[in-house]
Design a binder for this molecule. Structure first.
Ligand SMILES: [Zn+2]
Length: 60
């Protein structure tokens, strides 16, 4: 599993349930849901969000 770089702001993750690819903010302040199936992709933690999907890459 690839590691999310510390300086990343936006990353692409793949939903574990439907394989939808979605760009999310690393420090999301609210829960991020998959736009395709509604599955949780990230949970807010106050800092870097807890990513539930598969990290695909950094979005420049
Ligand atoms: Zn999904």
């Amino acid at each position: 599993m690839k590691k999310i770089p510390a300086d990343a702001s936006f990353i692409k993750v793949k939903c574990g349930d439907c394989s939808n690819g979605q760009v999310i903010f690393v420090k999301a302040a609210s829960k991020v849901l998959c736009l395709a199936c509604g599955s949780t992709l990230a949970n807010p933690t106050g800092g870097k969000a807890e990513i539930k999907g598969e990290f695909v890459g950094v979005v420049e």
